[in-house]
Design a protein around this ligand. Structure first.
Ligand SMILES: [Zn+2]
Length: 209
């Protein structure tokens, strides 16, 4: 879907969700870059838990980057937001507490365009709070899809293939893969493909997106 717009001066909320490897962060970065081209001041935040590639950047799996500020709690956004910021990007929204909802409502009320990317379901296929609430209150919701590594159809689920049973297990390709509803299992399952094939599936997905 194309970029949502209410005009230049009003705040609103956009949500980008999907499984891992569905291009959520790439889409977040694309929208933020467009805002920068429009000479709007942007700021990007991410939860401190997600330090996979870089401490000060939001980085997608294909290593596209944008500068970001790691924070512990969503309420810190009010501390760090600068005068003149028109667009706030938030990555890995599912790793924040439920108070993220109030924070983004507050930002939108102040005229800020807020774009949040995150997983809509967890490794058991259950709604991953606070994303479901954000999807409900947002003006715009985009569901991204990856490619199922088993059958090649659109993937909406994140299959865990290693690790324990905690909801949060930050990892990259060695612990997760994208699967469709049919091939998803709400338990740790054997990995389907090696890394190279998964990478090719991701690239294919981005070309289609
Ligand atoms: Zn499948």
């Amino acid at each position: 879907m194309s970029d949502f717009s209410y005009g230049h001066s009003r705040g609103w909320i956009e949500v980008i969700v999907g499984s891992m490897f569905s291009g959520k962060t790439e889409e977040l970065i694309r929208r933020l870059r467009r805002a920068e081209f429009a000479r709007l001041q942007i700021q990007v935040f991410k939860p401190i838990i997600d330090n996979r590639y870089s401490d000060m950047a939001v980085t997608s799996h294909d290593l596209t980057k944008i500068d970001s500020l790691p924070i512990q709690k969503a309420t810190e956004i009010f501390t760090y937001i600068k005068p003149g910021t028109k667009v706030v990007g938030i990555d890995e929204g599912q790793f924040f507490e439920d108070d993220l909802v109030e924070v983004v409502q507050g930002l939108a009320a102040q005229g800020v365009r807020v774009i949040i990317a995150g997983l809509d379901t967890d490794w058991q296929g259950k709604p991953f709070d606070p994303m479901p609430t954000l999807m409900a209150i947002a003006e715009s919701v985009s569901k991204q899809h990856a490619v199922c590594v088993v059958c090649g159809s659109s993937a909406s689920r994140t299959q865990r293939t290693a690790g324990g049973d905690s909801q949060v297990l930050v990892g990259t390709h060695d612990a997760y893969e994208a699967r469709c509803r049919h091939h998803f299992k709400p338990e740790v399952d054997q990995p389907t493909l090696d890394w190279k094939l998964q990478r090719e599936a991701m690239v294919e997905n981005h070309l289609e997106a």
